[in-house]
Write a protein that binds this ligand. Structure first.
Ligand code: GTR
Length: 332
């Protein structure tokens, strides 16, 4: 008797052999990267990250591909920094502020008023200090591929304009996760509490905190302006951000693919800086129309002078900051 093969069995045999054949011919280092991002769709960081991963895919003939998960749905920035160090996420855009909590050298950029302006920050980060900070991050499993912009941060609150540090007395501010920022607010006379970005809106609304601090685009996109309308232009921090890849994901790429991915990251940074400049203007105009109250602070010396103990403590806790501060000050 001739044994009949069921078409179902033949079908699945074909499927299995097909899959085997496909896996034999698939490129070896196929990587599907998970990307962490704190910002919403349309934000300059988000648009640039999406452009990065698309360009990286093209430039590696699909050996690298990935997806950006917005709005910190993969976890807070603090958690994401830890996740990247163990390879739990493959790429991300981080603010160097919270990275300082894991990579102490990076704290140099969190010293208030360390940069004269955004152009000075660019010169520093595109030079030897930027390279030194990248190396320190690499030792902790974070491969920084390019620096993104995040303008300058100023305080905002729900109670009153801030013209001098005295105005901060008795007010409680949310800060990013880094003890240095707690010291910064305390040195100005206020109280500070570190908190995840996603919790700030509700905390401002319910009065758990009176204020926070951020740049124009984040003050806008987070809707914090709705619940804290006094924006006082202290411009105390100019924080670079980084487009990074986890050392684990990076090590799986060939040198050629690493080069291509780095190039895609640097191109995306150029794009991000352009989008950033446009967004700052757009957010400022939008929020002025929405009725926020801006306080210009021509003379910031009272805020700057109050930072002496913050610098002293940072250097005492981590002496490697002293030469870095020198180098930044000497960068013309
Ligand atoms: C934004 C920054 C985010 C995050 C946020 C915050 O300006 O781009 O990475 O650090 O501020 O205040 O937590």
């Amino acid at each position: 008797m001739i044994k009949k093969f069921s078409t179902k069995k033949i079908g699945s045999a074909l499927l299995v052999s097909g899959a085997l054949a496909a896996s034999c011919f698939a490129p070896l280092a196929q990587a599907d990267w998970k990307g962490w991002n704190v910002h919403p769709a349309g934000y300059p960081v988000t648009v640039a990250m999406e452009s990065f991963i698309k360009e990286a895919e093209k430039a590696t003939d699909g050996r690298v591909s990935g997806r950006v998960y917005n709005g910190a749905i993969l976890g807070s920035q603090e958690d994401a920094i830890q996740m990247m160090q163990v390879g739990g996420i493959d790429f991300a855009e981080f603010n160097l502020g919270p990275i300082g909590a894991s990579v102490p050298e990076v704290n140099v950029v969190s010293l208030p008023f360390i940069f004269k302006d955004v152009e000075h920050m660019h010169r520093v980060m595109d030079g030897p200090v930027g390279d030194e900070l990248s190396k320190a991050m690499e030792k902790k499993g974070i491969i920084s591929l390019a620096w993104y912009d995040s303008g300058s941060r100023s305080f905002y609150d729900s109670r009153k304009p801030i013209k001098t540090p005295e105005d901060m007395k008795g007010m409680k501010f949310r800060v990013m996760n880094n003890e240095l920022y707690v010291g910064m607010v305390e040195a100005l006379g206020g109280n500070a509490t570190p908190m995840a970005y996603s919790e700030v809106y509700q905390s401002l609304k319910t009065g758990v905190v009176d204020g926070a601090e951020n740049n124009w685009p984040s003050y806008d996109s987070s809707n914090h302006f709705e619940v804290a309308k006094y924006y006082s232009l202290t411009q105390h921090l100019i924080l670079p951000e980084t487009l990074s890849v986890s050392a684990k994901a990076w090590a799986k790429l060939s040198p050629e693919d690493q080069k291509a991915v780095r190039k895609a990251a640097q191109d995306s940074a150029e794009f991000q800086r352009k989008l950033w400049a446009e967004k700052v203007t757009e957010s400022r105009e939008k929020l002025i129309k929405a009725g926020i109250q801006i306080t210009e602070i021509e003379d910031k010396s009272a805020f700057q002078d109050a930072m002496a103990p913050v610098y002293a403590k940072a250097v005492k806790d981590n002496p490697t900051l002293a030469p870095l501060i020198e180098k930044i000050r000497n960068t013309k």
